[in-house]
Structures are given as C-alpha cells and as structure tokens.
Design a protein around this ligand. Structure first.
Ligand code: ADP
Ligand code: MG
Length: 485
C-alpha cells in the first residue's frame, strides 16, 4: 500500500480597507453595493499621463499585518511593475513588489490536528494594487474598475501545510488576525479576502517536493477544503496510473463540486518585472516600525495565552473565545459585568453558541444578538446566588431573553421561575413521586442505583424544573436510604 502525503502552500490576497486607493485619492467602495464604475479616476483607469502617489495608510496597515505575522520588516521597500495584459488591468501592468517586499520571514501559529502548536512559515508579504473585476454575461464580458487600484497585500506561506484541515486552520487564523487588526473584514464572498491553494502530493519514498497545481477562485474556506481534497485525489490517481501532474491553474466549480482545469502552464510566467520608475523607494525607519508595533492591539494568540494563564481557562476554550475578536470582546464585557470567567466561557461556548447556530448567526456578529453581555452576566448572577437553577436558566430564561429582549430578573419574576429551596415543599414533591413510582423504588431497593437519576428527573418535573437540585438530591437520598434500611 503506497503512502501519499498532502503538501499545500497558500497565497492570500487581502484588501487593506483604507478610505482611498493605493496610488490615488479615489475612494474605495463596497464591491457589491456600489454602482459599477462609480469609484474610478484617471489613475484607476490607467490613463496615460497619470502618476501614482503611495497611500501611506495602506503601507502602515501592511506593516501592521507583517508584524502580527512575526515578519521582519526590511528597511527598504520598492515597488515593481508586473507586466501582463488582461482586460481588468487597463495600464497593462500591475504595480506590485518583487525583490524588496514589505515583510519577510514570518510565521503563523496554528493548532495542529494532534493538538500541538505548529508554526506555518510566512515567506513574504508584499503590497500591490487590486485589478478590476470581470463578469461574463450573455456571451460578452463586463468590467468594473471600482476595485482597480484598491490596496492589496499578498501573503505567501511556505509549503508547510500537510492537510486540507491544516490549510483551513491557517486560513482561519490569518483571517482572525486581519480582523483583530481591523484592516480587512475577512469577507471572502465579496473577494475582500481571497485564498489560492498550491497543492502537490508527496510519496513516502520522495526526497523532494513534486510538481504543484494552483487552485484559484475559492470563495469560502469550506470550498477550499473540498477543492484541495478533490485535487489531492486527482493527483494521486494520476501518479498511480503512471501519469504525471502538469503544472496548471485550476478552479473550483461549486455547482458540479469538482476541479476544472483553467490552463496548463507550459513555462514559468514571464512578467518582466522592473522597478517602478514613477514611485520612490520607501524607507521604513525603525522608529516607524517601533511606533506601529507599540500600537498593535492584543492578537488572538496573546489573548488566548492570557485567558489560560490569568483566567484559568483551558487552551481549547481560550482558543474558541479568541478566534473572533467580537467573541473575545463579548466574553470580556461579561467579566467586566461581574461574571466569573470559567462559567462565562462555558455558557458562551455551550448554550449561547448553540442558540446562535440555531439562528444561523455568525460568531463575528455576536455583538448584534438580543442578549447583551451585561444581561447575560446578570443571568449568571441569578444562577450563582441560587435564585434560579442551571437548567431553568438554560431552558427557560436564556431563550426567553433572546426572544423578548427582556432582562433575566424580569423574566424570572413574571414567569415565577425562582428556584424552590423550601425543604417542606420539596419533601412533599419527593414523597409524591416515590408513591407514584413504586416500580422504580423497587428497582432501587433491588440494588439498581442508577434509577435514582430517573427518580430525580421526575421530582424536578413535579417541581416544574425549579427545584434546587442540591436540596432535592439531599432529601431524596435521605428518604431512599431510610427505605433501604
Ligand atoms: P513561484 O516562485 O513559482 O511563484 P513559489 O515557490 O514562490 O513559486 O511558491 C508559490 C507558492 O506555492 C507558495 O505558497 C509555496 O508555499 C507554494 N509551493 C511551492 N512549491 C510547492 C509544492 N511542491 N507543493 C505545494 N505548494 C508549493
Ligand atoms: Mg500577486
């Protein structure tokens, strides 16, 4: 049985969401909402005689990302012309960077599938301008230049990803970092963030990497995983049939759920790069880098570590809470409102996420749900001080808070959900249930201890779920022990 391993390197294009374009004051607009070609200027259209001016805000965003990806920021940056012809590129060249990129030699830490941390090396990140967008309709092609000239950061990983799942984890981590930095919304459906997967397979007897193919047009991480898995199977099959994998650009056909071959690469692309004569070299002073570094927000890895060390959360829970900045903010707002960290973590990752999933609300939209962090903290306080029990909180109060927008206290009062701790009342309920279920009692007397849980359940039912579970268990156990003796 032969042994094949997957090898993946990701190339990521991230638009940097500045107010204006990379080389002109033309505004950046939403690619879906805006009227096509409503945000264009002579520069975006590649008119002769125009001169680019570097958007320093975009450079700063790029350096922020470079630092967050643990890269070195070289002191000299240079733009270069990448020459090729395509209708979405009216100038006939794209201003990019070649041998003097913005950031080099970094890494992104992911949780590997075996639970260990793994560093994925980032080879480089360079600045460039986005191109226009083509739509092929009714036998013709339309082009929208709103996107032409939007600042774009290309982030290139080493081929350090050894499964589609690892690629997905890397992609999610990168997306999370960009969102923490507030430089990119991470919206793949709008193409604000785009992944290209370079894929090859490696045989256990190989001593060097094999030929790779490149999959483009991946509009979600889910589709990226499917496309990689498909491509890996395709390559293995070719090799096992004695054929070879030819370098090619591939696409993912979502409707047909298959890879399509867009073009074979006969030879390496020849872009005739040369230094952009219309732009100066950019010197990135150490003082500037230090200033940007000092202004970086806490990033997911640091926050995760802090939650483990300072709040005593498990690495897993801390990872789930910090994956989205909005979730971490929500969690911290609960703590600020008095919630205990571990219980807040359990409630968010358990019941709240379940509710959000049921309503198909993305985790990043947690700030928009009807249950506020402060309101949720109040619910936990009611459990903590014994006003209601866990199960009432979970099954009755939290869903009611979500549906009605009312606060926990009001719901508990209005619906009479306060916990029953009155021992006389509970003792009555216990007696009633024991009398009505002598078959269960008999099983208990015959030595079946597990049946106690079922009896407990009936008593809680009798108390309409509101019994204080500790008191109920205590009284039940006393009565049962008496009967056995
Ligand atoms: P090029 O210089 O031709 O663009 P690179 O070596 O720079 O190619 O690689 C581009 C991307 O492809 C990188 O993300 C890299 O990690 C990835 N890559 C390179 N070789 C392989 C391979 N054999 N299998 C999978 N990915 C690869
Ligand atoms: Mg590029």
């Amino acid at each position: 049985m032969s042994e094949w391993k997957t090898v993946i390197g990701l190339e990521v294009h991230a638009e940097l969401e500045t107010a204006s374009k990379m080389f002109s004051p033309c505004p950046v607009v939403d690619s879906v909402e805006a009227e096509p070609n409503s945000a264009v200027d002579p520069l975006s259209l590649g008119m002769p005689g125009t001169l680019p001016v570097i958007n320093m805000q975009a450079m700063e965003y790029g350096i922020m990302v470079g630092l967050a990806l643990n890269c070195d920021i070289p002191p000299i940056n240079q733009f270069a012309r990448k020459n090729y012809f395509y209708p979405d590129l009216p100038k006939g060249y794209q201003i990019s960077q070649y041998d003097r990129p913005l950031a080099i030699n970094g890494f992104v830490t992911i949780d590997a599938e075996n639970g260990a941390k793994k560093q994925i090396r980032v080879r480089r990140a360079h600045m460039e301008e986005d191109t226009g967008k083509l739509s092929h309709v009714m036998g013709g092609s339309l082009v929208d230049y709103n996107r032409a000239g939007v600042p774009l950061l290309e982030i290139v990983s080493e081929p350090d990803l050894f499964s589609s799942e690892e690629a997905a984890r890397y992609a999610r981590k990168l997306r999370s970092i960009l969102r923490y930095l507030n430089v990119n919304s991470g919206d793949m459906s709008k193409g604000i963030l785009r992944f290209e997967a370079n894929v090859s397979v490696l045989h256990s007897s190989d001593s060097e990497l094999r030929e790779r193919t490149e999959i483009k047009n991946l509009n979600s991480i889910r589709n990226m995983v499917k496309a990689i898995d498909y491509e890996v199977r395709r390559q293995i099959k070719l090799y096992e049939n004695g054929e070879t994998v030819k370098p090619a650009t591939l696409g993912w056909d979502e409707a047909a759920q298959r890879i399509t071959i867009q073009r074979y690469k006969e030879r390496a692309d020849e872009y005739r790069y040369f230094p952009e004569p219309d732009l100066p070299i950019v010197e990135v002073s150490r003082a500037w880098v230090d200033e940007i570094r000092a202004g970086l927000p806490a990033l997911p890895d640091q926050l995760q570590q802090r939650y483990v060390e300072d709040l005593g959360l498990s690495d897993y829970d801390a990872g789930v809470l910090t994956a989205e900045r909005a979730v971490a903010d929500y969690f911290q707002a609960m703590i600020a409102a008095g919630a205990e960290a571990k219980s807040a973590a359990n409630w968010i990752t358990g019941d709240l996420f379940r509710l959000m999933n049921a309503k198909e609300i993305e985790r990043e939209a947690i700030a928009t749900i009807p249950v506020t962090a402060a309101g949720f903290a109040e619910l936990l306080a009611l459990v903590q001080d014994g006003t209601i029990n866990q199960s009432t909180a979970r099954k009755r109060v939290l869903p009611a808070m979500w549906e009605s927008g009312k606060d926990a206290r009001t719901i508990v009062d209005d619906e009479g959900l306060a916990q029953v701790s009155d021992t006389a009342l509970i003792a009555d309920a216990v007696d009633k249930v024991l009398r009505a279920n002598d078959d269960m009692v008999q099983r208990y007397l015959d030595g079946n201890d597990k049946v106690v849980n079922a009896i407990f359940g009936r008593i809680m039912g009798e108390l309409r779920g509101k019994g204080d579970p500790k008191v109920v268990r205590q009284i039940l156990s006393e009565k049962l022990t008496e009967m056995r003796d």
